[in-house]
Design a protein around this ligand. Structure first.
Ligand code: ATR
Length: 274
């Protein structure tokens, strides 16, 4: 029987994961199937149970079920543990094991694909919701000089910093509090771009020319944050397409024991979106 994988979400129609994993399977010579499944908002736990009971090998989990997936797990990786959310599930040793590959995907995209060091650099991350919480630990493990979390609701940023200061100096603030400070890497993890908006940021946040502006979302066109960063002297600007492909590659590695190459898949996905 072909090994079965799937992505669960709601909505799910636009998920690129089946296409990405089909490319990985081809490139690594693995035989598997990977489907997308629309799961009822009140039916997540039952759908997961049914999938594995029927012999399914692994699941990706996307919005809005990542926190529910975390709760279902009998064991979790450190990245998933601190994210409070799980995007990769597999059945191992008689229990459901959860991982979160989003932060590793972000880290690999910044370092390997964009060629930017994280170690020793000052990072500003915008937003304090699930998307940001999901990536913090792998980002901190790459040893930045310091990490600032800025959010419209400052209390949510403050809550996120708890327990993270053992990695590097970490602070929380509002967007306007960043005035007069400069950063090497600014990551937009807010969902503001989905409404065509961007956070109300002060000018001159970027170390001119050598800095990176990274938006965790991706799409056909540059996001409002990317367009703004380009006018502000950021040295490089990127959307999150590479993060999407890299997090998928890490899930594939966890399931199949082999890491697929990502460059061609990123290029293919880019032209697919065009
Ligand atoms: P996600 O899972 O995508 O992170 P979330 O948990 O709802 O979704 O978090 C959304 C994040 O985007 C929050 O940090 C939110 O700021 P608040 O905590 O102040 O609500 C941020 N956000 C959403 N729309 C925004 C906007 N127009 N400007 C600035 N920040 C915005």
């Amino acid at each position: 029987m072909t090994d079965r994988y799937a992505v669960f979400g709601n909505p799910i129609a636009h998920s690129q994961s089946p296409w990405i994993h089909a490319r990985f399977a081809e490139a690594t010579g693995q035989e598997l199937s990977y489907e997308r499944q629309l799961v009822a908002l009140d039916g997540f736990a039952a759908a997961v149970q049914q999938f594995f009971a029927e012999g399914g090998r692994g699941l990706n989990i996307t919005v809005p079920f990542k926190e529910q997936a975390w709760l279902l797990c009998g064991s979790r990786s450190p990245a998933a543990e601190s994210a409070g959310a799980v995007n990769t599930l597999q059945w191992t040793d008689g229990r459901l094991h959860g991982d979160n590959t989003d932060g590793i995907g972000l880290r690999r995209d910044i370092k390997n694909n964009l060629g930017q060091a994280i170690q020793g650099r000052r990072i500003l991350i915008l937003g304090a919701g699930g998307a940001v919480r999901g990536v913090l630990r792998p980002l901190l493990e790459a040893q930045p000089a310091a990490l600032t979390i800025a959010n419209r609701t400052v209390a949510k940023a403050q809550a996120l910093t708890a327990g993270l200061t053992r990695f590097c100096p970490v602070d929380a603030c509002g967007f306007s509090d960043c005035a007069g400070r400069q950063f090497d890497i600014v990551i937009n993890g807010t969902s503001s771009g989905l409404q065509g908006e961007m956070p109300a940021l002060p000018e001159q946040l970027f170390v001119r020319d050598s800095s990176l502006a990274y938006d965790m979302v991706y799409g056909r066109e540059a996001t409002p944050f990317m367009r703004w960063a380009a006018t502000q002297g950021a040295g490089a600007v990127s959307d999150g397409l590479g993060m999407l492909v890299e997090q998928a590659a890490e899930s594939f590695r966890l399931w199949r024991g082999v890491r697929p190459a990502t460059a061609e898949v990123m290029a293919g996905l880019r032209s697919r979106l065009a």
